[in-house]
Design a protein around this ligand. Structure first.
Ligand code: ZN
Length: 343
């Protein structure tokens, strides 16, 4: 009913990080500065075992930001995240942490922090924030990372941050950065369709999944196998582009509102999932109940249900809505909302 191209079809940064290959994605690299900085850094990290990573974004994982894609742990043609689940795609080399809406990369934005201390090996800061799939999307071949930062942590470890906002990067090649230091802002540059940071970790040029088995996060990060990015009321049937942008949250509507509509935006939907939407009148009766079956896996998608005004006005009062995401016959996640219809 509301189809869109699944984001999983897009290829993400594809980089093996030996220094010699670094210019492949177009960063500039000052080897002498980087090596000099490494020598200074070396005593602190020389005997380090596995590294300890801080969460790289100024948001609450599972509340205001979400892991859209984990690293692909399946060496073959399939794709599996570290739990054996499907929140990844074939060949994905890092972790994609997203915010729900595009409007969130405007204004003050969402800060990207250094997950670990190290030396900046390269940056890029000049690519436009335009989602792939948009009509004016640029060719980002060989620059899939978009605006980003590559950091050498010492002892063979590296972190790479991708898809940041044009002009937002506050560090430069050769800088020593400390864990938690601001690197810039989330953007929409490079090979991306949604606002997120791709963080990629390597040890001796081999990819490492921070979720395991090394468990590199300083704090445990619970796994969420999909769910809500957001939900809300509207007085019109919003299209996907408006929902991706981030609709204004309505908590009241007039009695002559053209429609009462409830929408949900989801990530990590799986074939066979069901989405049930109901709206309740002020007197407790159902205004509507609707159920949708998800016919194929989707990185993200929305569903909405609503009713147009058929009489002269809606009865005033408090309307409730419930949206349920059901997987394998059990509720995976539920949102309850209310709105006031006022005279
Ligand atoms: Zn990615």
């Amino acid at each position: 009913m509301f189809t869109h191209r699944p984001e999983a079809a897009f290829v993400h940064p594809n980089a093996s990080w030996s220094v010699g290959e670094f210019n492949w994605i177009g960063f500039t690299l000052d080897m002498r500065a980087a090596l000099a900085a490494l020598l200074i850094l070396a005593p602190a990290v020389a005997s380090a075992g596995p590294i300890s990573l801080q969460f790289p974004l100024d948001c609450d994982l599972g509340e205001s930001c979400f892991v859209q894609n984990y690293m692909d742990r399946d060496p073959g043609a399939g794709a599996q995240d570290y739990t054996g689940g499907g929140l990844t795609y074939d060949g994905h080399k890092g972790t994609d942490i997203r915010v729900p809406y595009r409007r969130q990369i405007e204004g003050a934005g969402v800060t990207v922090f250094a997950s670990a201390s190290g030396t900046v090996l390269g940056t890029r800061n000049t690519m436009a924030d335009i989602a792939q799939g948009d009509t004016d999307a640029p060719d980002v071949s060989a620059r899939e990372c978009g605006n980003g930062v590559l950091i050498d942590l010492g002892d063979g470890w590296r972190t790479q941050y991708c898809h940041m906002r044009k002009g937002s990067i506050t560090v430069k090649t050769g800088d020593l950065v400390t864990q938690g230091q601001t690197l810039g802002l989330i953007g929409l540059s490079g090979m991306t369709e949604f606002p997120h940071v791709h963080i990629q970790i390597t040890k001796d040029d081999k990819l490492v999944d921070p979720f395991g088995p090394e468990r590199l996060w300083a704090k445990p990060r619970p796994y969420q196998p999909g769910g809500f990015l957001g939900a809300g009321f509207s007085d019109t049937a919003l299209n996907y582009s408006r929902i991706k942008q981030g609709p204004r949250q309505l908590d009241r509507l007039p009695t002559d509102a053209a429609a009462i509509v409830v929408w949900g935006l989801f990530y990590g939907l799986r074939k066979g999932d069901r989405i049930k939407i109901s709206i309740t009148n002020p007197d407790g009766t159902h205004l509507l109940q609707q159920s949708f079956e998800i016919s194929r896996n989707r990185a993200s998608a929305y569903r909405l249900a609503g009713k147009r005004l058929s009489k002269t006005q809606w009865p005033a009062g408090s309307y409730g809505a419930e949206i349920k995401l059901i997987r394998d016959g059990k509720p995976l996640s539920t949102r309850a909302l209310t709105i006031q219809i006022f005279d």
